[in-house]
Each structure stands twice: as structure tokens, then as C-alpha cells.
Design a protein around this ligand. Structure first.
Ligand code: HEC
Length: 128
């Protein structure tokens, strides 16, 4: 099963606070598909296991680490959506020394603002 590949089985266990597990699962599948289609998984793993889906060290931070860093900050989401759409600055890296990539390229060619919003919202809840 696909989800196991990303270590999401553990995540599913942790999302017990949701009323309908079926809905959670379908949102996970939808967001994982969107991340694949948008090329995010080339550089990001979902869990902090240390390796990307291709077995190599991830270029960007694992998304559970992103959730741990910003999940409690109410202002983070808008800034992250902007970063996802327009890219990050190599001069103001938020993950310097923690990840092998220096900056994220703009992703607005592969996903629109609504999709970026939905994806970031999902990412920010991965540490729940
Ligand atoms: C070419 C590699 C690459 C791709 C493709 C990529 N990212 Fe990133 N991403 C990075 C790097 C490198 C960073 C760390 C940037 C930094 O240090 O500030 C990052 C950081 C992030 C962050 C945290 C930003 C911050 O300010 O801390 C989020 C959220 C994120 N990426 C989401 C995505 C999403 C969603 C996609 C797909 C639409 C995506 N990334 C595609 C390389 C990538």
C-alpha cells in the first residue's frame, strides 16, 4: 500500500481526534498525490526518517519537521504558501545547516494558490 511507503501508517494512528477516519485518509491520499504531481517529493520526505522517497538524503526539510517548526504559529501558513509559490531566498534560509538544499525554487508553475493553501494546511498538521 502506498501510504506505508511514507511512514503515514503512524500518522494515521495519531489522527484519532478526527471524527471520520475515512475522510482523513482520503485527504492524505489527495495531498500525497498533489505533492507527487507537483514534484515536491523530489526534494521533500513526509516523515523525518532522514531519507527521501528515492532513498537519498532529502534536499528540503521533511514535512513533519516543517509542521513541528511552524504548526503552532498562526501567521506561518500565509508566509509558507508564499514561499511554496514563489520560492525561498538562499540568503535567508530557514533550514541552514539542517538540509542539503540551499533554497526552494518557485512552484507556482505546477500548482495554483488554492492548491498551495491546501497542501501547506495539510503539511502543518502532520505533527499533530
Ligand atoms: C528542488 C527542490 C524542492 C522542491 C521541488 C520543493 N521544495 Fe520545498 N523546500 C526546498 C528547500 C531546499 C527548502 C528549505 C528552504 C530554506 O532553507 O529556507 C524547502 C522548504 C519548504 C518549506 C518550508 C519553508 C520555510 O520557510 O521554512 C515548505 C512548506 C515546502 N518547502 C513545501 C514544498 C511544497 C509544497 C513543494 C511542492 C509544491 C515543494 N516544497 C517543492 C526544496 C524544494
Amino acid at each position: 500500500m502506498r501510504l506505508g511507503k511514507f511512514g503515514l501508517v503512524g500518522l494515521m494512528v495519531c489522527t484519532g481526534s478526527f471524527a471520520n477516519a475515512g475522510q482523513v485518509e482520503s485527504q492524505d491520499v489527495k495531498m500525497i498525490n498533489l505533492a507527487h504531481q507537483s514534484g515536491c517529493v523530489t526534494c521533500h520526505a513526509i516523515s523525518g526518517a532522514g531519507k527521501g522517497p528515492n532513498g537519498l538524503k532529502p534536499i528540503g526539510p521533511a514535512w513533519q519537521d516543517v509542521a513541528r517548526k511552524y504548526g503552532r504559529d498562526p501567521d506561518a501558513k500565509a508566509a509558507l504558501v508564499t514561499t511554496v509559490l514563489h520560492g525561498s531566498s538562499p540568503y535567508q534560509s530557514h533550514w541552514k545547516g539542517e538540509v542539503s538544499g540551499v533554497a526552494m525554487p518557485p512552484n507556482s508553475v505546477v500548482l495554483n494558490e488554492a492548491q498551495a493553501n491546501e497542501l501547506v494546511d495539510w503539511i502543518l498538521h502532520l505533527a499533530d
